[in-house]
Design a protein around this ligand. Structure first.
Ligand code: C2E
Ligand code: CA
Ligand code: CA
Ligand code: CA
Length: 265
């Protein structure tokens, strides 16, 4: 799965295990053990690369390459998600600034990061430092931002004022998805992969695509694993997709190599 060790049952981050993880993670951030992988986002139809999503990995000295499932919960609960998120943001914008044309980078931002006062200034600094234009950065948020509290609403507006694009991730999985859509000024919705048609009914994928059109939003489908799914989604009106069928998350250097040869745009 994306080249890292699968999350083993019983490894669920909580309690003492969480604290142990958190201590090690603090070291990881300080000692540069984190790595950003990138998964291409492509056009439907055509499969041309339009950008990529930054997905954090932990090059653990003893356990090998770990996916976020092994440490994001611990990071959230201890607040380490804030420095981790800043690290990812800076690494991702720096990398994307070297990509050709108008390719975009999407960065996942947790509710906890988003409610930090001054978050837009931090994003502005990362853009400044990297030279990446704001329009080429998409911030992905999940429904948990709706209960984010703190400076969340102000920060979302602040990001928009910078010219950063906002995407609603895992769309359709939350209880107040529609409320969020009505109150949160986003540019894009990402259909959760659990609703990607897989031979069965595609009513939800269809409804989400229609909703995107009604609100004039970009509709992206994620977790696309087969050609048939890509064709179905294209038929439903999805203009972008992400998934193993097109490309797995990969190290920055692999994506860079692909961008010099692939059909980009
Ligand atoms: P997400 O934002 O929904 O990211 C998509 C996940 O789906 C990634 O898992 C990706 O590797 C996986 N994926 C992509 N295509 C396919 C496919 O065709 N089939 C299947 N089965 N899976 C696919 P990953 O990299 O393990 O990340 C898991 C979650 O961790 C992310 O879900 C996101 O919520 C969180 N995450 C990752 N990086 C960061 C980060 O820098 N900050 C924060 N706050 N969260 C992050
Ligand atoms: Ca995401
Ligand atoms: Ca998602
Ligand atoms: Ca998810």
């Amino acid at each position: 799965d994306g080249g890292y060790e699968r999350y083993r049952p019983g490894m669920e981050a909580r309690g003492a295990e969480n604290n142990r993880r958190a201590a090690a993670l603090r070291t990881a951030i300080l000692e540069d053990q984190l790595v950003v992988y990138f998964q291409p986002v492509v056009t439907l139809p055509g499969g041309r690369i339009t950008g990529a999503e930054a997905l954090v990995r932990w090059q653990h000295p003893a356990e090998g390459l770990l996916g976020p499932g092994a440490f994001i919960d611990a990071a959230e609960q201890t607040g380490l998600i804030v420095p981790l998120g800043t690290w990812v943001l800076r690494a991702a914008t720096r990398e994307a600034a070297g990509w050709p044309g108008e390719l975009t980078v999407s960065v996942n931002v947790s509710a906890r990061q988003l409610r930090q006062p001054g978050f837009p200034a931090l994003v502005a600094a990362a853009l400044d430092e990297s030279g990446l234009p704001a329009r080429r950065l998409t911030v992905e948020i999940t429904e948990s931002v709706a209960v984010g509290g703190g400076a969340t609403t102000e920060n979302l507006q602040g990001l928009r004022d910078l010219g950063v694009r906002l995407s609603l991730d895992d769309f359709g999985t939350g209880a107040s998805t529609l409320t969020l859509l009505a109150t949160c000024p986003v540019d894009q919705i990402k259909l959760d992969r659990s609703f990607v048609p897989d031979g069965g009914p595609d009513a939800i994928a269809d409804a989400v695509a229609q909703m995107a059109r009604a609100f004039d939003l970009d509709a992206v489908a994620e977790g696309v694993e087969t050609e048939e799914q890509a064709i179905r989604l294209t038929g439903l009106g999805y203009e972008k997709a992400q998934g193993y069928w097109f490309a797995r998350p990969m190290p920055a250097a692999d994506l860079r190599a692909r961008l010099t040869t692939a059909d980009v745009g």
